[in-house]
Design a protein around this ligand. Sequence first.
Ligand SMILES: [Zn+2]
Length: 301
Amino acid sequence: MISYLNRMTKTLMCAGLIATGAACQQSGQAQVAEETETVYDTVAPDITKWMQQPAILVFSKTNGWRHNEGIAGADKFFVELSRDRGYGIFTTVNAAVFNADDLARFEVIVFNNTTGDALSPEQEQAFQTWLEAGGSWIGLHGSGDNTHADWEWYSQVVIGPTFTGHPLTPHFNTVRVETLNAGHPIMASAPQVWEHDEEWYFFDSRPSEYGLLPLAGIHEPDFNPEGADIENLANWAMGDTPAEHPVIWVGCPGEGRSFYSALGHSDLAYDVEVYRQILNDAFDWVLKTSDPDGAGCPSAS
Ligand SMILES: [Zn+2]
């Protein structure tokens, strides 16, 4: 029990909770988290009037654990995507961009490992209004951790299941990921099964319990993160089948669309061709350039 508690403490530190001086091993390099506190932004960033339209907002404020590598990888991915598709792009950690006038300039918003209580209540409402009115949202990895509980609508409606932890020994594990909904536009080009090396998130429940539609899950029996300490893993186990451990899911809040992926702790995820294709197809789906009638929405399934 002691080792379990120690592991959970380290895990939560790496996920973005209390993090003073906590070391999080990754790829042989120690990452030391800084103490974080809730700081709201009040002055919106200057966004050039020359920004190409339509445009993507990539938001990576962290009032919790900061995934420097994963944030850099996703920033690069979306800069390249915007270039390839002729979109404008604005990346920021300034949450004051969440006001009606500025949000109206963006077609897609990406939460790039946003952690902690990053938005003020007014900024949270501006985002909810924007998304429910038909906005397109992509959430990555830490954006679905358990540091968003203060924002009930986001936690319950957009993310759904509550993050409970991730393995640390070893931190990264290669497992089979399986497509759960091959008919969905986001998974149409994905293989039925592929391998992915990742810091795998565990959750307390499943997205279907929140009216969200799972698109991919992992084979838990493929990995044994605690080695001989396997009894502790039982505290996290979600189930032996990919349907019991989803890692990618979508929703349709109001007139909007949402896509969440627990993948992407490291920048290396964005070098994986299968994952790049899924993100590209997710972009098309949340934008309604594919599936304009919403056949891929949970309510239509
Ligand atoms: Zn992570």
